[in-house]
Write a protein that binds this ligand. Structure first.
Ligand code: ADP
Ligand code: MG
Length: 568
């Protein structure tokens, strides 16, 4: 008797990984195809996901990390094995350092050959290599475990302190077929992967008691506060207490930079003289001089709102730790706050205002002085003026001097619209961050790039043009790392900090069909940027800066030791 049963419908690892991501509402993959993951990208497109293909995995990884920061869902980066995996690892480590949720998924070679080091194609023990650089790392060894692997990766990336998670998928698992019904049943949606974490009432009381006794209080907002999307709560905390606030660079715009309580233009003064500081999603790391004298007062006492209990006391003893997520903790603080309980002294607010006025006037004078050839001030003034006409435009900013000046001169008015070098001060994030901002939001992006910084990911101009993204890259072309005027006195080779002075970065984007602009004065910078933004098409403005402008290491000269034998 012949059976009439139809053969079972089958699925495979390629489709299961895509189905697992989709089931968890992840809709975009940033990556670069090759052995063994090309069909993952194809399956993703076939199932309605977006695949954004890059020219190098590091930029794809940076894009995934930025997507995670902007959306609070892990950005996904897909890479091939060994070298592609390693290229992505820089971004995974950077995401973990910056507390951005992302998942790097890499294909890998045959376990039994890798483990015996028998020389497989792209042989590398990727799981072991990823572990020190990731918040968590997993390998899936059976197709029916893909669902669990994805759920664990998502939870790892977004719960508690967010970070980068590595997920290793051997080629054999991707190619393995199983019954489609069994496959479907193995997938599930992670429930509440980033649960709200409340502070204990005692920690809230302790913090408020400390604040109530403060004469010169200060709120420091970090990118953890930006990530928490507690914009309304934080505004209420600032405005109802009257406490001045200082935004870290990626927290700029949580409250607008021109808010009367912003102490950004009196940064040195508030660090030195504050007596009680509330850190909100900001670490007392090198970017805040580790909380130590002489930049801070030795008597200053700290309240720290952070989701990570281990962060507390990392640099300076914290008088009032509030371990919770920023949104929950801020709500709890507001609920417990009594009217009039916190009263910053008038003299403190006046001292800050006086310092702000002085510093703002000094900056205005520098911005107004029309130096020829153009310097950072002239170029950034032009960009600032054009951005003031825009709503919802993202600013990506990397470089040394270009970053330092850009942070101070380009004001932000909206939350999470500024993406920059972050905790490591890393270069090479620019194009990836810009692409993610455009893809995730559909809004325009202006990437303000040092010429050296741009070089790390410049080939992604082709990606920007291929996906027709509304990104304008402004390259601050001063012909060098830091500056372009160093001359090697020992041979005909260029000096270590020199780049080609005759470079025309605008020609690069023209090769891919984008619009190139060449601007040697502020008026041309402004008109080029205005036209490029209006077109919503890919563009690059080669912004020619005086090669003598800028300083070595930007504002970080104290971190850069100099040889006593260095030629004058
Ligand atoms: P910045 O460089 O802006 O000062 P950091 O990256 O140093 O910011 O600090 C961010 C901090 O925010 C980290 O210590 C991280 O644990 C914390 N954090 C991240 N997300 C949240 C959240 N939702 N709630 C509370 N803290 C958070
Ligand atoms: Mg330069």
């Amino acid at each position: 008797m012949s059976s009439t049963a139809r053969p079972p419908e089958m699925t495979d690892g390629f489709h299961l990984i895509v189905d697992a991501l989709r089931l968890n509402d992840l809709s975009t993959i940033y990556g670069l195809v090759g052995i063994p993951i090309t069909d993952v990208a194809r399956a993703a497109q076939a199932r309605g996901m977006r695949f954004i293909g890059f020219r190098q995995e590091q930029a794809a990884g940076h894009a995934a990390a930025a997507a995670g920061f902007l959306t609070r869902r892990p950005g996904v980066c897909l890479t091939v094995s060994a070298p592609g995996f390693l290229n992505g690892l820089v971004a995974l480590a950077n995401a973990t350092t910056n507390c951005f949720p992302m998942i790097q998924i890499s294909g890998s070679s045959e376990r039994e050959i890798v483990d015996l080091q028998q020389g497989d194609y792209e042989e590398l023990d990727q799981l072991a290599a990823a572990r020190p650089f990731a918040k968590a790392a997993f390998r899936v060894d059976r197709p029916e475990d893909i669902g669990a692997g994805v759920a664990r990766a998502i939870r790892g990336a977004v719960s508690g302190r967010p970070g980068g998670v590595y997920l290793d998928l051997p080629a054999k698992v991707l190619g393995a077929t199983i019954d489609a019904e069994v496959g479907r049943a193995s997938l599930f949606k992670a429930v509440d992967p980033a649960p709200s974490q409340l502070a204990t009432p005692e920690s809230i009381d302790r913090a408020l008691r400390l604040l109530a006794g403060a004469e010169r209080p200060l709120i420091v907002l970090g990118k953890g506060a930006a990530y928490a999307q507690a914009d309304e709560e934080l505004r209420e905390l600032v405005e109802s207490t009257g406490i001045p606030f200082l935004p870290m660079s990626m927290a700029k715009g949580l409250l607008p930079d021109d808010h009367p309580q912003s102490a950004a233009a009196a940064r040195s003064l508030v660090l030195k003289d504050a007596d009680v500081v509330i850190l909100v999603g900001a670490r007392l790391n090198w970017l805040l001089a580790h909380g130590r004298a002489p930049r801070w007062s030795a008597e200053c006492r700290f309240i720290q709102v952070d989701i990570s209990p281990e962060e507390i006391d990392s640099n300076r003893p914290i008088a009032a730790p509030v371990v919770a997520d920023v949104k929950a903790a801020t709500r709890q603080l507001l609920a417990a706050l009594r009217p009039g309980q916190i009263t910053p002294r008038r003299a403190w607010l006046d001292a800050i205002d006086a310092k702000k006025t002085e510093n703002v006037q000094r900056m205005q004078a520098r911005l107004a002085a029309d130096a020829a050839p153009m310097n950072f001030y002239g170029a950034l003034r032009a960009i600032r003026d054009v951005l003031a006409e825009q709503d919802g435009t993202f600013v990506v900013n990397e470089g040394a001097n270009t970053l330092d000046f850009g942070r101070d001169i380009l004001p932000m008015h909206e939350p999470r619209k500024r993406l920059d070098c972050g905790t490591w001060g890393v270069m090479g994030v620019g194009m990836g961050y810009a692409i993610a901002a455009a893809v995730e939001s559909g809004r325009s992006v202006v990437a303000v790039e040092g010429d050296s910084a741009f070089g790390f990911s410049g080939m992604e101009l082709e990606t920007i043009c291929r996906y027709e993204l509304p990104i304008v890259v402004v390259v601050f072309n001063n012909g060098g790392v830091y500056k372009g005027d160093e001359v090697n006195r020992f041979s005909s080779d260029p000096a270590p900090t020199a780049l080609l002075r005759t470079s025309r970065y605008d020609k690069l984007i023209e090769a891919f069909g984008g619009a190139g602009y060449y601007a040697a004065d502020p008026e041309t910078v402004a008109s080029s940027l205005r036209e490029a933004l209006a077109s919503r098409k890919p563009a690059l403005v080669d912004c020619v800066i005086d090669p003598t402008a800028g300083t070595e290491s930007g504002h970080l000269t104290d971190l850069n030791p100099q040889s006593p034998l260095r030629p004058a």
